[in-house]
Design a protein. Structure first.
Length: 375
């Protein structure tokens, strides 16, 4: 067998083994095991909810109305908006809400910088981060805060629900993507912890928060890793739900995913020596972190290798592979899944290349297709 065939089979078999094996393990875990915590349903800690803004005049009013509709004791919830030099009506709108504390940064220095500043201003025991372009389910705090009764729980994130999952092929791809990774995140939380957090809704014990890197792109996941490093669990809760729009354009989805991938590559590289194959962190160090590192960093390159070397295979084998893939694409669910997988891996690859060439992008760029709220 020639070296180029060995490369193909190594790439293909490694991808198949890791993805199939890990997904099967996670699926089995979700179906047979439940999350073990010392949850107390009546527990209501004081919460600081932080929204970071930059030119959010089209979303911030609806966001704050949604926030004040949450079912949670009013005397236990403070709301903070930190604005990074908005040039539109964002601050004017925020000032209409008397119960909101506005922190006005005159100059835009990036979300990570804004959050570090906001954390110092938060007075309460639990800090919740929530993006302006999402809407929280009214019981999200009622459902999530009781888990902090367990002293081993350091951070929580919620479950995304798309408002427009069937709008077009791009949003269907996004729904398939989220369905797949939701199984992984839920299982990781059951086994130990997950560090893939979401800025739409993430909650942290204030005493465990330390400053994130000023150039951090995935600030939410960085905080989760910092808290897991201190020995606390970081969990995804299926019942803590929030809504948002999926990008309806493929170009917007690429922009969203490659920025997210860039952030995850950045933090996984920074925490690689801390967690990778470290028995000190149990299943998180020996299984979860290494597998996520593979899926976000190694997998895209193996896919490129497999696609390139495939065309150097013997003709009969190449034809067989093409026919097999063609047959799979005839099945709608399989077709969408393959498109989802390849598109997401492309975004990861683009994110890594961009990060390597020009470094991280500190200032977040809006995806306008996700900002379609009327108020």
């Amino acid at each position: 067998m020639e070296i180029i065939e060995l490369i193909f089979w190594f790439s293909f078999s490694t991808l198949a083994l890791v993805y199939f094996g890990y997904y099967t393990l996670c699926w089995y875990t979700v179906k047979t095991k439940s999350l073990k915590t010392k949850k107390k349903n009546s527990y209501r800690p004081h919460v600081s909810l932080v929204v970071a803004t930059w030119n959010e005049e089209n979303t911030i009013e609806g966001k704050l109305k949604n926030t004040f509709e949450l079912k949670y004791p009013k005397n236990k919830l403070e709301v903070i908006v930190i604005d990074s030099g908005s040039t539109d009506r964002t601050k004017e709108i925020v000032k209409k809400f008397k119960r909101v504390r506005l922190i006005d940064e005159k100059k835009r220095k990036g979300k990570a910088h804004a959050l570090n500043k906001a954390f110092k201003e938060c007075k309460e025991e639990i800090i919740v981060i929530s993006d302006a372009d999402c809407r929280l389910k009214k019981d999200v705090l009622i459902k999530s805060m009781p888990y902090f009764y367990d002293p081993n729980v350091g951070a929580l994130t919620g479950k995304q629900e798309l408002i427009n999952p069937r709008e077009n092929l791009t949003t269907k791809i996004e729904q398939e993507y989220r369905d797949f990774y939701y199984i992984l995140r839920k299982a990781e939380s059951t086994i130990d912890s997950t560090f893939i957090f979401h800025g739409e809704f993430s909650a942290f014990r204030k005493k465990l928060i330390t400053n994130i890197f000023e150039d951090s792109v995935a600030d939410d996941s960085e905080l989760a890793l910092r808290i897991r490093k201190k020995g606390y669990r970081t969990l995804l809760l299926p019942e803590a739900k929030y809504w948002e729009y999926a990008p309806p354009k493929l170009s917007e989805r690429v922009k969203q995913k490659y920025r997210r991938a860039q952030g995850l590559v950045q933090i996984m590289s920074r925490f690689f020596s801390t967690f990778f194959m470290k028995p000190k962190y149990g299943h998180f160090g020996l299984l979860i972190f290494p597998t996520e590192f593979f899926m976000h960093v190694i997998s895209p390159f193996l896919i490129v290798l497999a696609l390139i070397t495939m065309f150097f295979l013997p003709l009969n084998l190449l034809v067989l592979i093409i026919l097999g893939v063609g047959g799979a694409l005839l099945i709608k669910r399989t077709r969408i899944f393959l498109l989802t997988f390849l598109h997401s891996q492309y975004a990861c690859l683009k994110g890594m290349i961009t990060y390597a060439i020009s470094g991280p992008s500190k200032s977040w760029e809006k995806i306008f297709g996700t900002r379609r709220y009327e108020s």
